[in-house]
Design a binder for this molecule. Sequence first.
Ligand code: URA
Length: 227
Amino acid sequence: MIHPERQRRAYLQAMGVDVWLSRDSADVVADETEAAIGAAARTMDWDELRVCVAECSQCRLAQSRTQTVFGVGNPTADWLIVGEAPGAEEDRRGEPFVGRAGKMLDEMLRAIGLQRDAVFIANVLKCRPPNNRDPKPDEAAACRAYLERQIELVKPRVILAVGKIAAQNLLQTDDPVGRMRGRQHELNGVPLVVTYHPAYLLRRPSQKRKSWSDLCLAMRLADGAAP
Ligand code: URA
């Protein structure tokens, strides 16, 4: 059923009347669009999802991005790594985790015997927030259906959420990383492990030991072993 607000706008537009949306009405239309895209994404294959993300203009970040950063790696990987959002280098190259933090992530993966192309790497946001600010809740909400579909398509054996933003968004909580890491969570039936963001480990190398233990937990879960 067409939303009454959308119908009103269509009539007014057909009559040549300029349509100004109140904030409430704009929110209704944005929510409706988000829900429609979310529903459509649930049936998309990889190619359709890739195009849908590349053309997305659901939030303000579409105006400032160079390009979307869809995700990269093995589409049937056992491991799905989820980060926060593209930074400047990722925005320029169209690939997640290719800057300094990316080198650190590669090292973390190598430490447990995984090459970068053996896993799938994605972010909560597919577009870079200006000046690398934190994602806003409405931006994460607008992007969520894409990540959910990526999880469904990859069917990973384990999800590794790196950093506060990824963990809080995936688990829908405000808990700090220190409280979430070190144990098993679950997202739609998939085991999920939280660890520190590689950029944080670059600043605080003393935390690498804890991160190593998180990676070992994730490895056991990926192997199907009890934690
Ligand atoms: N940090 C992230 O969380 N994701 C990236 O892609 C790059 C840096």
